[in-house]
Write a protein that binds this ligand. Sequence first.
Ligand SMILES: NC(=O)c1ccc[n+]([C@@H]2O[C@H](COP(=O)([O-])OP(=O)(O)OC[C@H]3O[C@@H](n4cnc5c(N)ncnc54)[C@H](O)[C@@H]3O)[C@@H](O)[C@H]2O)c1
Length: 300
Amino acid sequence: MFNKIAVLGAGTMGRGIAQVFAQHGIFVVLYDPNANAIKAAKQALGDKQALGQKEWNLQYADNLTDAVKEADLIIETVSENLEIKRELYRLLTPLLKKDAIVVSNTSTYSLETLAQQQSFAKQMIITHFFNPAAIIPLVEIVQLAETEQEITERVIELLLRCGKVPVLLKKDIAGFIANRLQAAVMREACYLMESGVADASQIDTAMKEGPGMRWAINGPFEIADMGGLDVWEKVTGHLFPQLDPNLLSPESISNKVRLGELGVKSGKGFYEYGDASVRDTQSNEREQKLLQIVKLKENH
Ligand SMILES: NC(=O)c1ccc[n+]([C@@H]2O[C@H](COP(=O)([O-])OP(=O)(O)OC[C@H]3O[C@@H](n4cnc5c(N)ncnc54)[C@H](O)[C@@H]3O)[C@@H](O)[C@H]2O)c1
């Protein structure tokens, strides 16, 4: 039974994760030491809460002790920086109630790296949500051999109750399943753009109107079975030697970062985005489309 959940970090992911549990009737405290992050979270979640019929039991905190006090589950979703995460774990340790479960929403660190030398290591797992966390069903779960089995089972049960689709990995690996697959696609997309085969919008169109359509319904192995494994032996055999083997972050991304063109959050990335209100409208439209896809899948 989870009576109180503390979500640490009120950024993009913390807000969405807090929403998942709050709208399922669980008491959630969303903590961030940055007053601007709390303000933005209140605004964004207040708007969403107003659309729903049920009252959420959601509180905000800028004090870690208050946030963690008596919490059964602590969800760490602070910036993807090992020093920041470890410093937070250090502050957290004396505040944890006995039997509290700690999970991290890291995108890239292995659990072994995060749990190293933590007193709560056996009660720590990774729950990797996808953005927007309140809509995308997948949550990848990582445990270690020494993790207390009951911890993983209880978290999975909670996620299922909140309508999520947990996938428990058989091994601890950085990037998990889905981010490794996304990174592989991104490497080839950047290669195609940088070598002048197509521009960003052509590549995005090819993905959205092609493989992306069926990936919401079938995964790569189902698609290979449908196409015929003899065909896929040729596809992989002919194309693998021609795919980009680059081991560094693609130049087309690093150049943009150097220019401060970080995508939607800075108003410009591979595309141009309007001011904050235009971006909010675009984000709401995107979320509505995603919700429709989720609903369509639920009904079949
Ligand atoms: N953005 C994504 O698509 C995505 C998807 C899955 C997982 N993740 C992972 O989730 C985590 C958070 O990512 P995000 O995109 O929400 O980042 P973000 O930059 O939007 O938010 C991070 C928040 O952490 C806060 N923070 C920093 N230090 C803190 C501390 N000591 N205590 C509490 N809060 C602190 C910051 O003020 C900020 O509000 C990262 O580990 C990231 O890799 C991100």
